[in-house]
Design a protein around this ligand. Structure first.
Ligand code: UD1
Ligand code: UDP
Length: 373
C-alpha cells in the first residue's frame, strides 16, 4: 500500500513549488501523491498557464474557492478541503509557501482524525502528517498576511522543510528544531528544470526588448498597491529609472492602477501576467528587476540578475547576504541609489547552498524515512 499524500496548490507561486515535488513523488512507488487545486487563483494567466509550462498533471480535485476577504477565502478553502480529506483519508497533507491556501489546508489537516490510524517511524498516527515546504521564513512584519500564514502553518506542521539557514534559526527560536530540515529551494528546482525551455521563448522579440536593455517590474503586495498615494509615488519613482520598463501586471494591481487613474509614460509597457517560461526568459535578460515578489528575489539570485526589492523587509535574507538582491523599501532616494549599485551587486553574488535543483528529491527521500514504520 502506498502512502497517500494530498499536495495543495492554489495561487501562482504555489505551482512552481509543487511541480518538482509531484515529479519526485511520481518517481517513488511508495507514494501516491494527489494534487488538490484550491482555486484561490483562477484566471488562466495565474493558474492554467503554469500547468502547461511546467507539465503539472491535472488536479485530482479542484475546490474552486475564488476570491474573497481573508476570512471568507480561508474559510471556504477549509470547508471544501475538509470534505476532500474526509473522502481521501490521506496519510499526509503537504502545503507549500505562505498563501491562504497553505494555512487553510494545514489547519484542516492538523485537526482531522482518520478512520484508520497508521504507523510511522515515530509511532502511531491518528491524523495526517502535515508537511510544510518553504517553512521557517519570517519577515517579522505582522502587517503582512503571509507572515501570519507562515507562523500558523509552521506551528501546526509535523515536518518543516526549509530553504535557507535563516529559516532554521527562526524555527530554533520558536522551539521547532526537531521538526525542521534544511533541504534547499524547490522553486529553484523548477527554474533549473525549465531554464533551457525558457530560453527558447520569443518574448523579447515580441515585446521589442534588447538583451540587458530593460528593467522588469512586478508589484502586488497590498502595502505597495492598495493605497493609491503609495502606488502613485512608487510608480513615479520607478519612472526615473533610465530604461524601458516592462511590467506584467497582477490583477490586483491592474485594478488599483485603474481605480487610482494612474497614467504611465511611454517608458512603460504594461502587459498581462506572463506564463512561467516567458517570465523566466524576461528575468534572465533584464538589466534589473524591481519587485515586491517573494519568489522573484530567489530566482534573480540564481540567475545572477540584479534585484531591487521594494519592501521594508524580506523573509528571504540570503538573497541579500549572498545573492543579487538589495532590500530598499519604497523611498525614492533608496531606490535610485540601489539602481546605481546594480553592477557591483551582480559581481559580488553567489548561489546559496542547496539551491541546486535537487530539493524536492531530498524532501521525498526524508519523507520515505519518516513514513517507514
Ligand atoms: C496572493 C497571496 C500572496 C501571493 C500572491 C501571488 C494570500 C494572502 N496572498 O495574493 O501571498 O504573493 O497571491 O500572486 O494568500 N484576482 C483575479 N484573478 C485571480 C485571482 C485574483 O482577478 O485569478 C484578483 C481579485 O480581484 C482578488 C485579488 O486579485 O480579490 C487578490 O487575490 P488574492 O488571491 O486574494 O490575493 P493576491 O493579491 O493574489
Ligand atoms: N511569475 C510568472 N509570471 C509573472 C510574474 C511572476 O510566472 O508575470 C512567477 C515568478 O517567476 C515566480 C512566481 O511567479 O516563480 C512568483 O509569484 P508571485 O510574485 O505572484 O508571488 P510571491 O512569490 O510574491 O508569493
Amino acid at each position: 500500500m502506498a502512502w497517500k499524500i494530498l499536495c495543495i496548490a492554489g495561487a501562482r507561486p504555489n505551482f512552481m513549488k509543487i511541480a518538482p515535488l509531484l515529479r519526485a513523488f511520481a518517481a517513488d512507488a511508495r507514494f501516491d501523491a494527489r494534487l488538490i487545486h484550491t482555486g484561490q487563483h483562477y484566471d488562466a494567466k495565474l493558474s492554467k498557464v503554469f500547468f502547461e509550462d511546467l507539465a503539472i498533471p491535472r488536479p485530482h480535485v479542484e475546490l474552486e474557492v475564488g476570491s474573497g476577504s481573508h476570512a471568507q477565502q480561508t474559510a471556504e478553502i477549509m470547508k471544501r478541503f475538509e470534505a476532500v480529506i474526509a473522502a481521501e483519508q490521506p496519510h499526509g497533507v503537504l502545503v507549500v509557501g505562505d498563501v491562504n491556501s497553505t494555512v487553510g489546508c494545514a489547519l484542516v489537516a492538523s485537526k482531522w482524525v482518520l478512520d484508520a490510524p497508521f504507523r510511522v517511524a515515530q509511532g502511531v498516527r491518528t491524523r495526517p502528517v502535515v508537511i510544510h515546504v518553504e517553512a521557517g521564513l519570517r519577515s517579522r512584519d505582522h502587517d503582512m498576511p503571509e507572515e501570519i500564514n507562515r507562523l500558523v502553518t509552521d506551528a501546526l506542521s509535523d515536518l518543516l522543510f526549509v530553504s535557507e539557514p535563516d529559516g532554521m534559526t527562526n524555527l530554533a527560536r520558536e522551539g521547532a528544531t526537531d521538526r525542521a530540515h534544511l533541504v534547499g529551494n524547490v522553486m529553484i528546482d523548477t527554474m533549473i528544470a525549465a531554464r533551457d525551455k525558457a530560453m527558447e521563448s520569443p518574448i523579447l522579440a515580441t515585446l521589442g526588448l534588447r538583451e540587458h536593455g530593460y528593467g522588469l517590474v512586478t508589484l502586488h503586495r497590498p502595502s505597495n498597491v492598495d493605497d493609491p498615494v503609495a502606488l502613485r509615488g512608487l510608480l513615479a519613482t520607478l519612472s526615473e529609472v533610465d530604461l524601458p520598463l516592462v511590467f506584467p501586471v497582477h490583477p490586483r494591481t491592474r485594478k488599483r492602477i485603474a481605480d487610482a487613474g494612474i497614467a504611465l509614460s511611454d517608458r512603460w509597457q504594461l502587459i498581462d501576467p506572463l506564463g512561467y517560461l516567458d517570465f523566466m526568459r524576461l528575468t534572465s535578460s533584464a538589466r534589473v528587476v524591481l519587485t515586491d515578489s517573494g519568489g522573484v528575489q530567489e530566482e534573480t539570485t540564481v540567475l545572477g540578475v540584479p534585484c531591487i526589492t521594494l519592501r521594508e523587509n524580506t523573509e528571504r535574507p540570503i538573497t541579500c547576504d549572498e545573492g543579487t538582491n538589495q532590500l530598499v523599501g519604497t523611498h525614492r532616494e533608496a531606490i535610485l541609489a540601489a539602481y546605481a549599485r546594480i553592477d557591483d551587486v551582480r559581481r559580488a553574488a553567489k548561489i546559496p547552498n542547496l539551491w541546486d535543483g535537487k530539493a524536492a528529491a531530498r524532501i521525498v527521500a526524508l519523507l520515505g524515512t519518516y513514513f517507514t514504520a
